[in-house]
Write a protein of this length. Structure first.
Length: 162
């Protein structure tokens, strides 16, 4: 399978996805089946909103299960333990503190795989414009990044690799 269809993630994220899949296929699937069974007992299915609701929930559940299976089957475990990359260089898994050259605002980012990205928590994808722009650079470097919001100019204050 080509790398472009792989989903980069940490071992911890993969384990969490497997746990969620197990829960959905065991506990949650039984709960939804019970809801459908109970709704059927209410009689005429053509005018039974509880039945419609339970079937909709079942559809959502099966969709989520299918999505998780694809993620798990195509997971690419990544770590920043690559011996060829200097420890002070931004790579996947790095925690990077940057200062916006224009306004002096400082921000800390963790560079993660796309499945773990959560910008509100400072976790940015290595495939995002900022993630790509920071990768390969070191503390002290100034980088110019083309982003949808315009051109960003950051000075890298520190790089921490686990």
């Amino acid at each position: 399978m080509p790398d472009s269809s792989r989903f980069k993630m940490s071992q911890e994220r993969l384990d969490a996805l497997k746990d969620e899949l197990y829960y959905l296929e065991t506990v949650r699937e039984k709960e939804v089946a019970e809801q459908i069974k109970e709704a059927r007992s209410f009689g005429d299915l053509s005018e039974n909103s509880e039945y419609d609701e339970a079937k909709t929930e079942q559809g959502k559940l099966y969709s989520k299960i299918a999505e998780l299976k694809v993620l798990i089957e195509n997971a690419e475990i990544v770590s920043n333990n690559d011996e060829n990359v200097p420890k002070d260089t931004v790579t996947l898994g790095s925690i990077v503190r940057v200062r916006d050259v224009e306004d002096g605002f400082e921000e800390t980012y963790e560079i993660v795989g796309s499945q773990e990205a959560n910008p509100r928590e400072g976790r940015i994808s290595d495939d995002s414009p900022v993630g790509r722009g920071l990768k390969g650079h070191k503390a002290g470097d100034t980088v110019i990044i083309s982003a949808p919001a315009g051109e960003l100019k950051f000075q890298i204050i520190s790089v921490e690799n686990k």
